[in-house]
Design a protein. Structure first.
Ligand SMILES: Cc1cc2nc3c(=O)[nH]c(=O)nc-3n(C[C@H](O)[C@H](O)[C@H](O)COP(=O)(O)O)c2cc1C
Length: 202
């Protein structure tokens, strides 16, 4: 294990359950792999812009002259993509917002899911290029989504697993702090997540 990448997306600072749990994952990994570097990509502290016209044009062009003119537009996307490719383990910490991920995290995904870098069109399908890596999803939600009547409302875990699978990351585990907004469950949400961190196969 050479590099671990932790992507943070909750703006709630020390009150954030996903940050607290991701911190536990980070602490466990540092103890387990003392030689590994832990890179934190904090999407709240360092905002990642949404894709704009110049970035899309730079991503799409096949004209080397135009690519050269537009290369500054891809600076951040290249940096984020290389950071991901250089990591052996990806930890994504995400709150559930309106049954999905925050747009800051979606913006990061839009920058790193790159044809020719993290996936290739192959015949009639696609081939993920981010091979041999593991991912841990650290998810916090007001309600309960791992089971029960609200499970189908969760677009966070299914989407993250789908998009990670698309770029080649199939070894994905999830830990949750759920029920954060349900008074009878809230006090157990983070401790239950912390117990789950101890059992992760990482
Ligand atoms: C804008 C916003 C939207 C939210 N939407 C949902 C939701 O759709 N379902 C849910 O169960 N909880 C929802 N919540 C509650 C959060 O998921 C919960 O507070 C969680 O702990 C947030 O993660 P964090 O503690 O890491 O910030 C929402 C909270 C905010 C601020």
């Amino acid at each position: 294990m050479k590099q671990i990448l932790i992507v943070q997306s909750s703006p709630r600072g020390s009150e954030s359950a996903s940050r607290t749990l991701a911190g536990k994952v980070g602490a466990r990994l540092k103890a387990q792999y003392p030689g590994a570097s832990v890179v934190e990509r904090d999407l709240v502290r360092d905002k990642v812009p949404h894709l704009d016209e110049a970035i899309l044009r730079a991503m799409a062009t096949r004209d080397p002259v135009e690519a050269e003119t537009l290369k500054d537009a891809l600076y951040l996307s290249d940096q984020l993509t290389e950071e991901l490719l250089a990591s052996d383990l990806l930890v994504i910490a995400s709150p559930m917002w309106n049954f999905g991920i925050p747009s800051s995290l979606k913006a990061w995904i839009d920058h790193v899911v790159r044809a020719g870098k993290t996936f290739n069109y192959a015949g009639a399908g696609v081939e993920g290029l981010v091979k041999g890596k593991k991912a841990v999803l650290v998810l916090a939600s007001g309600g309960v989504f791992s089971e029960g009547p609200w499970k189908p409302w969760d677009t966070v875990e299914p989407y993250l697993r789908q998009i990670l699978g698309f770029i080649g990351i199939d070894d994905v585990q999830t830990v949750r702090a759920e029920g954060m907004n349900i008074p009878s469950l809230a006090i157990y949400a983070v401790p239950n997540g912390e117990k789950a961190v101890e059992t992760l196969a990482i």
